[in-house]
Design a protein around this ligand. Structure first.
Ligand SMILES: [Zn+2]
Length: 285
């Protein structure tokens, strides 16, 4: 009896864990235009962005392994064709942002470009990620792994990535992962040219508080400095709540110019401030 209950409990715990690793409880979210050729096509929590151009579209981030169906439905709902996606990019190779990339790559036939320092982790489906620092072996457990996509090209810090007239700059803001990439690019709104920054994860891995691998501190210091040097009229993040997807989208529905609802340079600075404080608290400095 007790054994059965225990086994049952463990089984449902395992199921819950499996479900979390498959789709993380993601739900469909309304896709929408942020500005110009930049669209939101992510789930309710994990974000994905589409940059469209006649020469081919760029898709950034793929949610959990179970999230692509939501992303594909969003792209279709906006009237775009997944077959026109020529390039897939990523912020960082964690289960919740890179989990769906293999599937999206298969469906679209697009190339995937990854930063030098994250490429190996990506190709290993998350194994070897240092987010648990000294407990690196944990990243080899199936529940933290994702279907490994094919990495077609690697890039390094400050390199630009182009599809036709769309150009993005790769800002390697390492720390959360060794090659964590914040993407900066420009969009037009009438006469205005707006700077967009999609910030990579800024949460310190567990290892930081445990004093592991000292170069990570240098990485974080550099990353905060770099992000502060970037101009951001519009900022985006790997998790939807962090950039205020819902309130901004709601405001955009009522705004005279919907783009205005997404302009938030103060939010960008505040986001960096908060994460830098969290980082300094973690290292006790
Ligand atoms: Zn992450």
């Amino acid at each position: 009896m007790l054994c059965g209950a225990l086994a049952g409990g463990m089984l449902s715990l395992y199921d819950a864990w499996r479900e979390a690793s498959n789709n993380g409880g993601q739900k469909a979210a309304e896709p929408f235009r942020i500005a110009d050729n930049l669209y939101y096509v992510g789930a309710n929590d994990t974000t994905s962005f589409l940059l469209t151009a006649p020469e081919g579209h760029i898709l950034i981030d793929g949610g959990y392994p179970g999230t692509p169906s939501l992303i594909l439905a969003s792209i279709e709902k906006l009237g775009f064709d997944i077959n026109d996606v020529k390039l897939i990019l990523n912020t960082h190779p964690h289960l919740d942002h890179a989990g769906g990339l293999a599937e999206l790559q298969k469906v679209s036939g697009a190339e995937l470009w990854v930063s030098d320092n994250d490429a190996e982790i990506m190709e290993a489906g998350g194994a070897g990620s240092r987010f648990l620092g000294p407990l690196e072996f944990v990243s080899y457990l199936p529940v933290f792994r994702f279907p490994p996509p094919r990495v077609d090209e690697r890039f390094s810090d400050r390199e630009s990535v182009n599809v036709g007239s769309t150009e993005l700059i790769a800002n390697v803001t390492a720390g959360h992962t060794p090659g964590c990439t914040s993407w900066s690019f420009k969009v037009r709104d009438g006469e205005r040219v707006l700077d967009v920054v999609l910030i990579c994860g800024l949460t310190p891995p567990l290892s930081l508080s445990m004093g592991e691998y000292p170069e990570i501190r240098k990485d974080f210091e550099k990353s905060f400095k770099r992000l502060r040097s970037l101009k951001a009229d519009i900022f985006l993040t790997p998790h939807a709540r962090d950039f205020g997807r819902w309130p901004k989208y709601q405001n955009s529905l009522e705004a005279e110019n919907p783009v205005d609802a997404f302009i938030d340079p103060e939010g960008y600075r505040k986001y960096i401030d908060e994460h830098e404080k969290r980082y300094r608290d973690a290292i006790g400095n």
